[in-house]
Design a protein around this ligand. Structure first.
Ligand code: DCP
Ligand code: MG
Length: 406
């Protein structure tokens, strides 16, 4: 088990907090308006955040139910040998990963990479994965209600104040990881830090079945040794541009002046500069939080999508999912946003305001389709990512009353 930088976390937090506060108040008093330090927001190192991500989730659930799969190269997806070569890998276990197979790869490629005697395809059973995910979430909610689900197998927990009264976030996370292992027979990895992006980079660093703790005073060093493509938002195109600037690692990034990054990469550069210095002020937005600003769903596609019909099928599916999510919370949304990325990693977002707040998939779909049609030139290059988000929430006072309900 990889256990990076784990040493009396609580004491270090306190020491750092005090030192940093003195520095920051001095800085705020003394530095001038255009001092480059001022380009970035004040860091917040007082929170304790866990990012937990299940290891090879769908594949592990299948193996747990059928232990014979354990030593096989297990691929979750339809067997392309039975359906004319179609389909993608949803995920695969770590045996299959040794052969270079990964999520979103065409399934036919997995057939080429893995010896026939080891390869097993299992069709995904989402009902099963949802029910396991619900159990994991119930464990999380015994710790805190500040749980933000990112996917069925991935969530952030803000445990600064938690129901266990446990001050050490790492102990909370270890307890959760153990419980998932003993009660569900599944492995997970986690990262613990003072913000979301560090916690997430920590859980990725820890994989599989590991834990990473990044204390405030260790963040610079941890980020320094990360490859640049591990930073959030750095796709192949930005990666290439950064390489051209001689930036390969977080340490290289930390040496670049903030204004240089902002000038070159605009908004993205602003976030990169923050990340280089371990800053990420985004709160953990509880799934139940009525102050939540938006709900969205996005997915990457490999192979890319070249036809409007296929893209719209996915968009329709997202809109149905969003309707479910909004109805669960009794929310109505008045703005629909779509995000589309093509094979060159050019990304566009477009938004549209509905005439009135709605929780209907059909309203979302009508707008999303119109927005999508404005990006139809992306189809030529092939679409790599589609996302639909609804925002601009209103509570249920806007509900249209159906007279026939009385
Ligand atoms: N998934 C999918 N299509 C993708 C990526 C993921 O259907 N392009 C599904 C299958 C995964 C689950 O979502 O099991 C979680 O995604 P992760 O990226 O966390 O992948 P895993 O949990 O499988 O592996 P890891 O151990 O790397 O987290
Ligand atoms: Mg996972």
């Amino acid at each position: 088990m990889k256990q990076a930088m784990l040493k009396s976390p609580n004491i270090c937090h306190i020491e750092w907090d005090q030192r940093k506060q003195t520095i920051s108040s001095k800085l705020q008093r003394n530095i001038g308006f255009m001092n480059k330090q001022n380009l970035l927001p004040q860091n917040d190192i007082h929170r304790r955040i866990i990012h937990l991500d299940m290891d090879a989730f769908y594949a592990s659930v299948e193996t747990q139910r059928n232990p014979e799969l354990k030593n096989k190269a297990l691929v979750i997806g339809q067997d392309p040998r039975n359906n004319g070569g179609h389909g993608v890998v949803a995920t695969c276990n770590y045996v299959a990963r040794k052969y270079g197979v990964h999520s979103a790869m065409p399934a036919i490629k997995a057939v080429k990479l893995i010896p026939k005697s080891e390869l097993v395809f299992v069709r995904p059973d989402f009902k099963k994965y949802r029910s396991v995910s619900a159990k994991i979430h119930s464990f999380m909610h015994e710790i805190t209600d500040k749980v933000e689900s990112i996917a069925l197998d991935e969530a952030y927990l803000d445990v600064t104040h938690n129901k266990l009264g446990q001050n050490l976030a790492v102990q909370v996370a270890i307890g959760l990881q153990r419980r998932i292992r003993t009660e569900l027979g599944l492995n997970s990895s986690f990262g613990v830090s003072y913000n979301k992006f560090l916690a997430k980079m920590g859980s990725e660093y820890a994989k599989p079945f590991g834990r990473t703790v990044i204390l405030p005073y260790e963040a610079k060093q941890f980020l320094g040794m990360q490859k640049i493509e591990k930073f959030p938002g750095v796709g192949p195109k930005t990666q290439e541009q950064l390489h051209e600037m001689g930036i390969y690692t977080g340490a290289d990034l930390q040496k670049v002046a903030d204004f240089v990054l902002i000038k070159k990469f605009k908004k993205m550069g602003y976030f990169l500069a923050q990340h280089a210095h371990g800053i990420d002020l985004r709160p953990v937005i509880a799934d139940s939080d009525t102050n939540r600003k938006s709900i969205g769903m996005e997915r990457t596609y490999e192979p890319a999508i070249y036809t409007r019909d296929e893209a719209l099928t996915h968009i329709r599916h997202y809109c149905k999912h969003l309707e479910d999510e909004l109805k669960k919370r009794n929310f109505f949304a008045q703005t629909v946003v779509i995000k589309v990325r093509d094979n060159d990693f050019d990304t566009v977002t477009k938004r549209r305001k509905l005439t009135k707040p709605s929780n209907s998939q059909y309203d979302y779909y009508d707008s999303a389709r119109e927005l999508f049609d404005k990006t139809s030139n992306f189809l030529e290059k092939g679409i790599r990512l589609i996302g639909v988000t609804v925002t601009d929430f209103k509570k249920d006072e806007y509900q249209t009353i159906n007279l026939f309900d009385y």
